[in-house]
Design a protein around this ligand. Sequence first.
Ligand code: ADP
Ligand code: MG
Length: 696
Amino acid sequence: DDNMDYKENQKFADHMKVDQEQKSEFSKRKTLKQQREFLPVFAVRQQLLNIVRDNSVIIIVGETGSGKTTQLTQYLHEEGLTKYGMIGCTQPRRVAAMSVAKRVADETGTELGEEVGYSIRFEDCTSEKTMIKYMTDGILLRESLREPDLDHYSAIIMDEAHERSLNTDVLFGLLRSVVSRRSDLKLIVTSATMDSQKFADFFGNVPVFKIPGRTFPVDVLYSKATVEDYVDAAVKQSIQIHLTGNEGDMLIFMPGQEDIEVTCEQIKERLAEVEDAPGLAVLPIYSQLPSDLQAKIFQKAPDGLRKCVVATNIAETSLTLDGIMYVVDSGYCKMKVFNPKIGMDALQIFPVSQANANQRSGRAGRTGPGTCYRLYTDRQYREDLLATTVPEIQRTNLANVVLLLKSLGVENLLQFHFMDPPPEENILNSMYQLWILGALDNTGQLTRLGKKMVEFPLDPSLSKMLIISEEMGCSLDILIIVSMLSVPSIFFRPRGREEDSDAAKEKFQVPESDHLTYLNVYHQWKSNRYSGQWCAEHFIHVKAMRKVREVRAQLKDIMEQQKMKLSSSGTDWDIIRKCICAAFFHQAARLKGIGEYVNTRTGVPMHLHPTSALFGMGFTADHIVYHELVMTTKEYMQCVTAVDGYWLAELGPMFFSVKETGKSRGEKRKVATEHLKTMEREMKEAEEELKRRKTF
Ligand code: ADP
Ligand code: MG
């Protein structure tokens, strides 16, 4: 067997060598069909189809790049399965869904959005004709609300199962019962790692098929001493590789967008200082990067330059890059984790797990032997890194999941069939949050508000804000604000022009609210006929604004379907602030000193983010609510609105008297159940208090 592998590898290496030597000629002549037939999965195509025919659920394991994501959908389509319904393939990441759909459309020689399409939140690129549909796992989860048996699909491929994203984990539970009801549905679960037996057991001891892989040895080199600054270390390492190493592209793993941008800048800067340095094509990749720039990472760099891709963990298994010989691993990634101190999820930088680290180094051995530089010590790898990452379902807020499952009629969430059940107190805390928002009643049932909230693909607080804006007479205004909050940064601040861009931004600022500042920007853009020129002049991302407009249109559609009244409060911005307060009173802070706030509920100190309209202005607000927290050296509140302290007392009195939870697990659980009991009592008290106030 080993011998076979060796021969196969050698053949492949020779092939690559030819490819390298005759680069331009050969790759031009190599058709997409030939490329498809060269993938490892092609060699087992018929075997695979046989297993799929004979079983309703199968698990497929294969190295990254073996062709799972791009080929399986096409094989099933070629076999005629799409006669009975679409083939859906879920991805935990938006970028992967888009990029892979584009690739498959190219391979099938069709326009993207026709036979092959994709769907991600707020962006549906499919049509009547679509037979192969790539989508985020969140989209399929929402589709199951409308169509519990997913009747439009003949097959579902749950890709990247090893990622254990929150939505994938919930889908596992749901699909397990869908396949028991629909014997005609094919369910394929794919994973890049070997922990597949767990998936097989979960679905009732179903077959596991392993795609024979091609991998080359990777030399793993550790850093000798602890690295203080991983960006700096990565920059140095990559320049050294570039100046002294052999041919081959480079892949650098960074935790997030900010670090990626700095790394790219610094590599270019430092290389410019080296005399006669050969050229290097430095390319970033992260989820918010515009898609035309994303596509670049797959292309060969022009003029035979070496390519250096700086990526988040998206390049770990979701996207496959060919020709990588060097990997530089910072050892960190960003993860969403529930932070009990602030009572909500926060994106934070964490060390990767050993499993991540091994996937990362594996990226260097796809097309030939490679080298991986780990920017941490051997001892850190062995002693500090967890073996695998904790699944998202066990570390994040579950409010949206609870809302969704409740509306699917799952009565007792503690008994739902999860592969790895979330801690009970997570579920109870999320239920508590939904109760606070008024989405659940005292018995844990969905309220009318809760049922309406499910209709919107938004976080619970945002959907609540949109729904209550109707009766407050400002639904059109809140619609714009919610849309603005659903896209990443609107303002840009180019290097060297910081002062100009800050001055431009200041003109939009409404001193008491970032939310209103957003509303203001949108109104002005609209009165300038949605002009791109206007955006450029005011240091505003035109693409982001166009996205806002699309999101707004889609949310407006849902509001119209729900027969919601659309009206604007005109210039009465107090109403809008009150509406924001009504949905975010659980994220409030009280002024303590100059620029210093404390969380009204937990007493934790918090700071205004320097980008806030309220920051450093003459105006100080005694009470504010915030949209989110950014954790760096301090806790920064981002997107803030000044509110009246009386509104807070009126809108959420029961909330502020709830005490912090205890320390140990058992104690926490006791407190969580206690919470549920206390809620009922406090709710009554609050009602009485309000009645009393009204009589004065
Ligand atoms: P797997 O899912 O098993 O990791 P894929 O199906 O994603 O493998 O990749 C198979 C091949 O298709 C790889 O060689 C990869 O480079 C190529 N490929 C995938 N997406 C693109 C794309 N957007 N552009 C160019 N090539 C791509
Ligand atoms: Mg894949």
